[in-house]
Design a binder for this molecule. Structure first.
Ligand SMILES: [Zn+2]
Length: 285
C-alpha cells in the first residue's frame, strides 16, 4: 500500500472494569486530539472480552463521560464481546500457519519453562478442552515504529503468550490485533504499560498479514505511591470539570491550557485542536 494513502484512523479502547479515571482520560484525550489534528476518524472500542472482569454499566458510564467531554466516536462503538466469531477465524488462520500449539501448562509451569520448550511442545499433545493455544515464537526479531523511532526486540520463548487460555478465553493481544485490522486503525495512542504488548501484537499482525499501525506510548499517570493509576488499584473516578481537563492536558505537556480555553469543556478541547499542532502526522509503517 502506498505510504500515507490511508486516512488517519485512531481509537480509544477502554476495558469496562471500572469508571473512567485520570489515566484513561489522558489516553482518550491524546488519541482524540491527535486524530482530529490530522483530520482523521476517532473511534471508541469497548474491550469487554473478559466477562468476569467487565461490567456493562461501566461501558455506558465511560462512553457517557467521554461524551460530556465532547469525545464522541465517529462510528458506532464496537464491543469485543460481540465479535467472538471474528477472533475464532483469526485463531484458525494462526493454526493453519502452524504458529499455535496446544499447551496444558498452568501459570507455575509456564514460569518454570520460561526459557525452554515446555513438555507439551517437546512431545506434542493433542488439543482438548483443557488446553490453551500458545503462540510459537522462536527468537525472531520484531520491530515497530513509534513516531520517528524504530523499536526492535527478539521474541523469545518467554513471549509465547496464550492466544486462548485453558478456560477458552481469547487473549487480549489477539483480539486487539483483529480489531485494529478490521477497523483499519492507522495510529494507536495508548499508555506505555502496553509497550511490550506491542511487539507481540506486531508479530501477530505480520503473521496474519495485517497492515501495521504507527504507535505512540504515553507516560503513565502515577498515584502518590508511584503506582500506575488503574481500575485494579481503585483509581478515583473523574468528574467532568476544567480541573480534570487541566490535569490531563498538563500530563500531555500542554502547559498553558488557559490560552486555549473556551467557554465550555468541549469548546476548550476544540480550541486546542485548532490552535496548536501538538502532534505531527507521520509516515505509516
Ligand atoms: Zn505446556
Amino acid at each position: 500500500m502506498k505510504k500515507n494513502s490511508l486516512r488517519y484512523r485512531g481509537r480509544f479502547a477502554p476495558s469496562p472494569t471500572g469508571e473512567l479515571h485520570l489515566g484513561s482520560l489522558v489516553c482518550a484525550l491524546a488519541s482524540y486530539i491527535e486524530a482530529k489534528q490530522n483530520k482523521g476518524v476517532w473511534l471508541i472500542r469497548i474491550e469487554d472480552i473478559d466477562k468476569e472482569r467487565c461490567r456493562d454499566h461501566f461501558a455506558t458510564t465511560i462512553i457517557n463521560k467521554l461524551l460530556e467531554y465532547g469525545l464522541e466516536s465517529d462510528e458506532p462503538v464496537v464491543y469485543q464481546s460481540k465479535r467472538l466469531n471474528i477472533y475464532y477465524d483469526a485463531i484458525e488462520q494462526l493454526k493453519i500457519k502452524n504458529l499455535l500449539y496446544p499447551c496444558v501448562c498452568n501459570r507455575e509451569n509456564r514460569k518454570k519453562y520460561r526459557n525452554i520448550d515446555c513438555p507439551c511442545l517437546v512431545n506434542p499433545i493433542k488439543h482438548t478442552n483443557q488446553c490453551a493455544w500458545r503462540l510459537l515464537t522462536n527468537n525472531e526479531a520484531c520491530s515497530f515504529n513509534e513516531v520517528n523511532h524504530r523499536h526492535s526486540k527478539i521474541l523469545s520463548k518467554e513471549d509465547r503468550i496464550n492466544i486462548t487460555r485453558r478456560d477458552g478465553l481469547i487473549s487480549y493481544d489477539l483480539a486487539v490485533c483483529v480489531d485494529d485490522a478490521t477497523q483499519n486503525i492507522t495510529h494507536i495512542v495508548r499508555g506505555e504499560d502496553l509497550f511490550n504488548h506491542t511487539f507481540v501484537q506486531r508479530f501477530i499482525q505480520e503473521s496474519l498479514r495485517y497492515h501495521k499501525p504507527i504507535y505512540r506510548h504515553l507516560p503513565l499517570v502515577l498515584d502518590d505511591n508511584g503506582e500506575k493509576l488503574s481500575k485494579q488499584n481503585l483509581a478515583k473516578p473523574i468528574d467532568v470539570s476544567f480541573d480534570c481537563l487541566t490535569l490531563a492536558l498538563t500530563h500531555l505537556g500542554i502547559y498553558k491550557p488557559q490560552i486555549y480555553y473556551g467557554s465550555t469543556i468541549q469548546s476548550s478541547i476544540q480550541n486546542i485542536i485548532k490552535s496548536t499542532l501538538i502532534y505531527k502526522l507521520n509516515e505509516f509503517d
